[in-house]
Design a protein around this ligand. Structure first.
Ligand SMILES: Nc1ncnc2c1ncn2[C@@H]1O[C@H](COP(=O)(O)OP(=O)(O)OP(=O)(O)O)[C@@H](O)[C@H]1O
Length: 306
C-alpha cells in the first residue's frame, strides 16, 4: 500500500502541493486527474522519491520511501511524462540495463526481460536499436523499463501519449493484466474515457490540493442507482404510470428507453420490477447504468464549488 502523509511541496518559494493525505490500496488502479498545472507530475515525482517534500512523507508498505531509497526503488516503477531511452542500445539491452539498475539478480534477468518483451508485444524487436523505433514502440519500451523488475507499485505519467488507438487499447489491457498480478498503480491522463477502461479509483487534484479520492463503479459510493428500462411498445400513459411509482426519484424518457433513478439496493430494483409488472407495463429489459469517470470527475468539481 502507498500512503502519502501530510505532504507539502514548494518549488523555490512557490507552494505547489498542499497538505496531501492519500492512501492507495493494494491492487488498485487509480486515475490521477486534474487540469494542467494542478500538480500531478510533481506529486508523482514525490511518490517516486525523486523530489524531497518540504514536509510530510510517502510510505511504501509503512516505510518512508526516502529512508532506504535503493530498497524503495526496487519496489517501484515510475514512467515520467517525458523520458529518454539510451540511444544506440537495442531493446533487449535497454530492458536488461533497467532491470539490473533496479537490483534484479543476474540469474533472473533473462527470464524477466523475455517475459516483459512478450507482455509488451516487443518480441520481434529484441535486437532493434531503440532510436530506430516508432514513437509508440518507444513508449512501450519505456513502460517495459519500469515493469521489468516486477515492482509492486507503478506510477505512470500520461503513458498513453503518442500511442495510436489500438496501442492505447493494448495499454489498457496490459494495465488490467498487471493488476491481476497484484500491482498497485497510479496513472495520470487527460483522456478520461481511457482511464475509465481500467481504473478502480480516481484521485482528483486541483491547485495542488486533493479535490476527491473515490472508488469508481462502486454501488456503495452513490446514494442512488440509475436504471435504463426498455419496454416493448410502452402505452401512451406509460411514463405517467411509471412516474407514480413511489420508489422513483427521477425519470427521463430518451430514444433508447426510460431512464430512472431510485435509491441504492437490489431490493429496490426487485420492488420496481414488481411495480412495473403489476401495472401490466411491457417491460423487456432492465440495465444498470454505471457512472462514468467523467461524470464522477465533474461531480467532484461541482461538489467542491457548491
Ligand atoms: N521544475 C519546476 N520549477 C518550478 N515550477 C515548476 C516546476 N515544475 C512544475 N512547476 C510548477 O508546478 C505546478 C505543477 O506542475 P505539474 O507539472 O506538477 O502539473 P501537472 O498537473 O502535471 O500539469 P500538466 O497536466 O500540464 O502536465 C505548475 O504551476 C508548474 O508551473
Amino acid at each position: 500500500m502507498i500512503k502519502i502523509k501530510n505532504l507539502n511541496f514548494h518549488y523555490d518559494n512557490r507552494q505547489v502541493l498542499h497538505d496531501i493525505n492519500v492512501e492507495l490500496s493494494a491492487g488498485s488502479i487509480t486515475g490521477l486527474i486534474g487540469p494542467n498545472g494542478a500538480g500531478k507530475s510533481t506529486l508523482m515525482r514525490c511518490m517516486a522519491g525523486l523530489e524531497q517534500p518540504t514536509d510530510g512523507m510517502v510510505l511504501l508498505n509503512g516505510t518512508p520511501i526516502l529512508d532506504n531509497p535503493r530498497k524503495s526503488f526496487a519496489q517501484l516503477g515510475y514512467l515520467p511524462d517525458i523520458f529518454g531511452l539510451p540511444e544506440g542500445l537495442t531493446v533487449v539491452q535497454c530492458l536488461t540495463y533497467a532491470a539490473k539498475s533496479r537490483g534484479l539478480p543476474d540469474n533472473q534477468l533473462a527470464q524477466a526481460v523475455s517475459e516483459t518483451l512478450q507482455l509488451l508485444g516487443l518480441s520481434n524487436k529484441v535486437y532493434e536499436k531503440v532510436n530506430a523505433l516508432s514513437r509508440g514502440q518507444k513508449q512501450r519500451v519505456g513502460i517495459g523499463q519500469v515493469i521489468v523488475h516486477q515492482p509492486k507499485f507503478l506510477l505512470l505519467d500520461e503513458p498513453a501519449s503518442g500511442l495510436d488507438p489500438e496501442a492505447r487499447h493494448e495499454l489498457s489491457l496490459l494495465l488490467l493484466k498487471l493488476k491481476t498480478q497484484g500491482m498497485t498503480m497510479l496513472v495520470s491522463s487527460h483522456i478520461l474515457s481511457e482511464l475509465d477502461e481500467y481504473c478502480t479509483h480516481m484521485l482528483v487534484i486541483k491547485n495542488g490540493q486533493i479535490q476527491a479520492h473515490q472508488a469508481l463503479h462502486d454501488e456503495q459510493q452513490n446514494s442512488h442507482q440509475t436504471l435504463l428500462l426498455k419496454f416493448f411498445r410502452l402505452p401512451e400513459n406509460g411514463i405517467n404510470q411509471i412516474q407514480q411509482i413511489d420508489l422513483i426519484k427521477n425519470i427521463e424518457s430518451k430514444p433508447d428507453g426510460v431512464w430512472v433513478q431510485l435509491a441504492q439496493g437490489e431490493n429496490n430494483r426487485v420492488a420496481l420490477i414488481r411495480e412495473l409488472v403489476a401495472r401490466d407495463l411491457p417491460l423487456s429489459e432492465v440495465q444498470t447504468v454505471k457512472t462514468s469517470l467523467l461524470q464522477s470527475y465533474q461531480d467532484s468539481l461541482n461538489i467542491r464549488k457548491g
